[in-house]
Design a protein around this ligand. Structure first.
Ligand SMILES: NC(=O)c1ccc[n+]([C@@H]2O[C@H](COP(=O)([O-])OP(=O)(O)OC[C@H]3O[C@@H](n4cnc5c(N)ncnc54)[C@H](O)[C@@H]3O)[C@@H](O)[C@H]2O)c1
Ligand SMILES: O=C(O)C(=O)C[C@@H](O)[C@H](O)[C@H](O)COP(=O)(O)O
Ligand SMILES: [Zn+2]
Length: 357
């Protein structure tokens, strides 16, 4: 049994969720496609070969592109390597890219598709929880630069997103848990039932094949689908999906991408909950709820106390900022996101002290 969530208004696409739905990939590519570049991380080499063989058996011409695991995929070097392989293969506008992997690979593959010949089709096949509930949906694509996270990219919605829950069988537990940070984020900004489900049974929430996790996946995708349908290019409510991310991206950069994105988002939500509280916006009981939810899943809530100069410099490059004005997403209540603009530097540092180890 699969579930379908439709995203977009003008150019719609489906997110299909279920066990065994990877078989729907050829149909999702569309009839006119000939060559298919399957971008996958090193860890998924065997799955890449299986998918490639299935496409070849149907008369398509697959091109396997193996990239580094994790953030190593989201570099200018890897992007250049992908462009070279597409150029050598004579990849045309009727061909398509498949992003088969976690969020790092779907971000890269999406940007390869966005930039090649000024835009070819991409079908996203996320294989991590985080990729399914967040990265593969919504068309944000891109890479990192030395100056920060996701600083180069494009909005390029996929033709389809295929979330085969069977992929989660091999996902390391820590990566599954990290993905739950983005799920919990959706709970805080839009769908409190998510928080109730996690609180009721954290063990089920962290089991790859549980009914609870499936419901969490569907609810989180529904939150994201609704927001990006209304505001693809982040001129309004899409910013709310960035809850916790100003601090999180700083942590990822400062830690040289040794922290998982979801772990950084967990600490980032704790930071901005404290910041919202200091600004008189976020009620203290809601801050406590952040702590409870994250602790129940084993996600981090604190960060080392000796990194402020590097963190504030990184936060100064956040995409939500406008000129010298720093802008944050804070909660005015449960499922009531709003913006905090230009907080005093002392307040920013005080919030950091409150979550420091
Ligand atoms: N575009 C967006 O809207 C958006 C949203 C959220 C996050 N992101 C980005 O997503 C990235 C994080 O994604 P992630 O958490 O999926 O991490 P990831 O892509 O780095 O994957 C984590 C690890 O799991 C491995 N892996 C993937 N699938 C596997 C499987 N089925 N079995 C075993 N191993 C597997 C990967 O190779 C990698 O080593 C970050 O770069 C973040 O910025 C983007
Ligand atoms: O889809 C969005 O919009 C998000 O902000 C989702 C985030 O979880 C995601 O990490 C995104 O990549 C962050 O985008 P950025 O614009 O802050 O780089
Ligand atoms: Zn994120």
């Amino acid at each position: 049994m699969s579930t379908t969530i439709t995203v977009g208004t003008d150019e719609q696409y489906d997110v299909t969720i279920g066990s065994g739905v990877l078989a729907q990939l050829p149909a999702a590519l569309g009839e006119k496609v000939s060559r298919v570049a399957v971008v996958h991380p090193r860890t998924l080499r065997a799955l890449g070969r299986t998918v490639s063989q299935q496409l070849a058996d149907l008369g398509l011409r697959p091109l396997l592109i193996e990239v580094p695991d994790g953030e190593g995929a989201k570099t200018a070097e890897t992007l250049t390597m992908c462009w070279a392989l597409l150029g050598q293969a004579g990849f045309t506008r009727s061909d398509a890219v498949v992003g088969l992997g976690g969020g790092a690979v779907t971000d890269l593959a999406g940007f390869v598709a966005a930039s090649w010949l000024r835009g070819v089709g991409v079908v996203q096949v996320p294989t991590t929880l985080l990729g399914m509930v967040d990265a593969a949906v919504g068309g944000k694509t891109g890479i990192n630069t030395a100056e920060g996270k996701n600083l180069v990219g494009a909005f390029h919605p996929p033709r389809a997103v295929i979330c085969d829950l069977d992929a989660l069988r091999t996902l390391p537990h820590a990566d599954l848990v990290a993905g739950l940070a983005e799920v919990v984020k959706c709970g805080f900004i839009a769908d409190p039932v998510i928080l109730d489900l996690v609180a009721a049974d954290p063990a089920a929430a962290t089991s790859w094949d549980s009914a609870t996790l499936r419901e969490l996946v569907e609810r989180a995708i529904a939150v994201k689908a609704k927001v990006v349908t209304n505001d693809l290019k982040e001129s309004g409510e899409r910013e709310f999906l960035n809850y916790g991310h100003t601090f999180a991206h700083g942590v990822e950069q400062v830690e040289q991408y040794t922290w998982r994105h979801g772990e950084a988002v967990a600490v980032g939500m704790m930071y901005v909950a404290r910041l919202g509280e200091l600004a008189g916006r976020t009620p203290p009981e809601l801050v406590a709820r952040h702590s409870e939810a994250l602790a129940s899943l084993g996600l981090p809530r604190t960060y080392r106390g000796d990194r402020w100069p590097a963190l504030i410099a990184a936060m100064g490059r956040d995409k939500k900022n406008r000129g010298d004005l720093m802008r944050f997403v804070v909660l005015d209540g449960l499922a009531k996101p709003g913006r905090l603009e230009g907080p005093e530097p002392a307040l920013l540092e005080e919030a950091y002290r409150l979550i420091s180890e």
